[in-house]
Design a protein around this ligand. Structure first.
Ligand code: 3DD
Length: 417
């Protein structure tokens, strides 16, 4: 058997969680039912590098049902759910993932997924694609194309393409409205609060909750923290985003000001050094600091360590740093994405649409990959509407449609007041 997981005996527990997710991912399951008959991915070898969660397992099993051969690794050292990895290993997948791996092991796992010479990649954060473009250039000739799940990964790949460095076509799944306007907002909003609560069990009502970055993810976190009674402060560098946060009723401050008043801090910017030494020095005793961005560069841990007299793990995913100034700061999930490292990531219902986009984009790459250029492609509007309408139907929701007369009215420029 070709896999490396923490403990294969956890497979049964993992399988039950996968079944739980299947029951809440009707769009992806309907696509599985449709394509397991025709198997359009037959003959394809998909290397995946995406958080190993119960929802990802549903995507993996849908890709196999459609005919693909799969090799998989996790895209973050702390986000793998070990029982899910065990269930996939037990089901015969080449999976290399466990919670708490170090960076060297992380890349070793990616390398193992490349042993079978993939024809497609499915990435979250572009570390897999980057490995192929750097350490495994010989695989590029076999590659049809790839898909990328997250904002940060798409930014990296667009920069690569602009530089002429991208050597095969990639579809930006994050650009799908049925991904970014649901997963990034409602998924990140709920799962980040979930991670904070599992790691600290604190009351959010009445607390000053500082959100670093008011993009889609930050907006979700702000919305859900406010919903639980927090006083939200957002920090931003983009005027339009700061304005949106203000009109949403949140306070805007520079992080230099917010640092001294916040009780709970979460970064969601995709940028490095959002919380650094001078911020830690200003923080209140007992401040809780965490990140929900893809990489662990948003909170400068080296700066925190430099100010620290001692540290200890006081709860799972919650480290107490005792500073030389006598104050305590609690860092969650070692500064890595708190929603996946301290909880289970976004709920199945919202990943249902993200992964329907992943699945359809893999099919599109097989259909069109040879004609596609080495650049980053968006998602067709009709795919978004198809997924949203499938989702609505699974929720028993019907909507209006335009009459022929209304459709002609929409383009009748003579119809004025
Ligand atoms: N991500 C969040 N929750 C997830 C879950 N339950 N399974 C797999 C991946 C999950 C990460 C996504 O939000 C991804 O779209 C991103 O990082 O943008």
């Amino acid at each position: 058997m070709n896999y490396k997981v923490k403990d294969i005996s956890m497979a049964e527990a993992g399988r039950m969680k996968i079944e739980w997710a299947e029951s809440k991912m009707p769009v992806l399951m309907s696509l599985r039912e449709k394509y397991e008959k025709t198997k359009p991915l037959k003959g394809q070898r998909i290397a995946g590098c995406l958080h190993v969660t119960k929802e990802t397992a549903v995507l993996v099993e849908t890709l196999r049902a459609a005919g693909a051969e799969i090799a998989w690794s996790g895209c973050n050292p702390l986000s793998t759910q070990d029982d899910i990895a065990a269930a996939l290993a037990k089901a015969g997948y080449s999976i290399f993932a466990w919670h708490g791996m170090n960076v060297e092991e992380f890349y070793w796992c990616i390398d193992r997924t490349l042993d079978f010479k993939p024809t497609l990649t499915l990435d979250d954060g572009a570390d897999l694609i980057m490995s192929i473009h750097t350490k495994h250039k010989g695989l590029i000739k076999e590659m049809l194309g790839g898909t990328e799940e997250t904002t940060t990964g798409v930014h990296r790949l667009r920069a690569m393409a602009d530089d002429g460095a991208l050597k095969y076509p990639v579809i930006a799944v994050n650009d799908a409205e049925t991904k970014w306007d649901f997963d990034n907002v409602y998924g990140t909003g709920q799962s980040s609060i979930d991670g904070i609560l599992r790691a600290t069990s604190v009351l959010l009502a009445g607390k000053t909750f500082v959100v670093g970055g008011y993009g889609h993810c930050g907006r979700g976190c702000a919305m859900r923290a406010a919903g639980l009674g927090s006083n939200v402060i957002a920090t931003e560098v983009k005027p339009t985003q700061a304005l949106k946060a203000t009109l949403e009723g949140h306070r805007i401050m520079k992080m230099d000001q917010a640092a001294s008043v916040g009780d709970i801090f979460i970064t969601a910017t995709g940028m490095k050094d959002i919380i650094v030494k001078r911020h830690f020095e200003k923080m209140k005793d007992g401040a809780i600091v965490c990140n929900t961005g893809h990489y662990d560069c948003e909170i400068n841990i080296d700066d925190l360590e430099a100010l620290t007299k001692s540290k200890r793990t006081v709860r799972p995913n919650c480290e107490e740093y005792t500073l030389k100034n006598g104050k305590h700061i609690f860092l969650l999930a070692q500064g890595r994405l708190v929603n996946l490292a301290a909880a289970e990531g976004h709920p199945s219902e919202v990943m249902d649409m993200s992964f329907a986009n992943q699945f359809l984009s893999q099919l599109r790459t097989v259909r069109e990959g040879e004609k596609m250029e080495n650049k980053v492609y968006g998602i067709p509007e009709e795919q978004d509407q198809e997924i949203a309408s499938l989702k609505l139907s699974t929720m028993g929701i019907s909507i209006d449609n335009l009459s022929k007369d209304q459709i002609s009215y929409a383009s009748d420029y003579l119809a004025g007041t």
